[in-house]
Design a protein around this ligand. Structure first.
Ligand SMILES: [Zn+2]
Length: 310
């Protein structure tokens, strides 16, 4: 019961100049798709640049001032690796599919879960017939998911990564399939312009904090950072949003993650939000030729100096 939306056959392979372009944008809405294509391109470009910058190690005072409130010294090297994997994602062996809708999700009563029908493993049944087995979105992912509620309804962008495992006594392997679902409706009260545009044209009045600057490219970078490090031996993502009882989203949470890491909590290099915000700081450290001091996550729009948060 595989479901293929015919429009998904119109697959845009990005950066076709590379021989193994395995990142696919699957989006039927043309206006959304054009923006997403640019955003993916920017995410990869920024990640590659940030990787090189971190490996170089000669940080500017502004970057250090921005990063040290949210990263520990020992987070820099592993985050550089994660960003390098994103920047070079076309050379990965996994297939990354980026969706802008959830039309391919199908509720399944028997499994009491949404199935991602674009995410399938094909196996041969006892009778010799070939069957497709779509992967389900674990209710553990969010207990609020139900027959009437998909992840986008909760305001989320989200990912699904394949695992190896057992199905009816057979070894199954979804591990080369990674799905990113980009919610086109999030961040209504934020500046959605690209990093490139903000760097060239400057900030907009009222959007003076990292939380209020949300280019889609940084959402994509966040989601890809969940995936590029793969799964641990228990089949769980290595880079998460934090433990179930404490999810980290936003600048204040990025600061808190560093504090928590010193108290036995998760490490910033294993939290997508911390990677996203650090990358945003590096990408926006110079705007219209002037240095920006993101050490509090919020700036005076006239001087680009850090100001205290409310
Ligand atoms: Zn996340």
């Amino acid at each position: 019961m595989i479901y293929i939306n015919p429009f998904y056959l119109f697959v845009i392979a990005l950066k076709v100049s590379k021989s193994s372009a395995l990142i696919f944008l699957e989006c039927t809405d043309e206006s959304v798709s054009t923006n997403l294509e640019d955003a993916i391109d920017e995410a990869l470009t920024v990640a590659e640049a940030a990787n090189k910058y971190l490996l170089d190690g000669s940080y500017s005072e502004e970057v250090k001032a921005g990063l040290l409130p949210i990263w520990r010294e020992q987070d820099f090297a592993p985050i550089a690796i994660t960003l390098g994997l994103i920047g070079n994602i076309e050379t990965a062996k996994e297939h990354y599919h980026i969706f802008c809708d959830e039309d391919h999700l199908q509720w399944n009563d028997a499994r009491n879960a949404w199935l991602d029908t674009a995410f399938t493993y094909t196996y041969t049944d006892d009778d010799g017939s070939t069957k497709d087995y779509p992967i389900s979105i674990s209710r553990g992912y969010d207990p609020k998911l139900n027959k009437n509620t998909k992840p986008f309804d909760l305001g989320r962008s989200w990912v699904l990564a394949g695992k190896k495992g057992q199905l009816n006594g057979r070894e199954i392997d979804f591990s080369d399939q990674y799905h990113v679902h980009m919610n086109p409706k999030i961040f209504s009260n934020a500046d959605p312009r690209s990093i490139q545009t903000i760097v060239a044209d400057g900030f907009q009045a009222g959007f003076d904090a990292l939380d209020k600057i949300q280019p889609p490219s940084m959402v994509i970078l966040h989601e890809l950072s969940h995936l590029v490090r793969g799964l641990d031996e228990n089949g769980n993502l290595i880079i998460t949003d934090g433990p179930a009882q404490r999810q980290y989203y936003g600048y204040a949470a990025a600061v808190q993650a560093k504090v928590d890491a010193g108290n036995g909590g998760g490490a910033p290099n294993l939290i997508a939000n911390s990677i996203e915000y650090g990358t945003k700081i590096m990408a926006l450290v110079e705007v219209m030729g002037s240095s920006v001091w993101w050490s509090t996550g919020r700036i005076d729009l006239n001087t680009y100096e850090a100001i205290a948060r409310d």
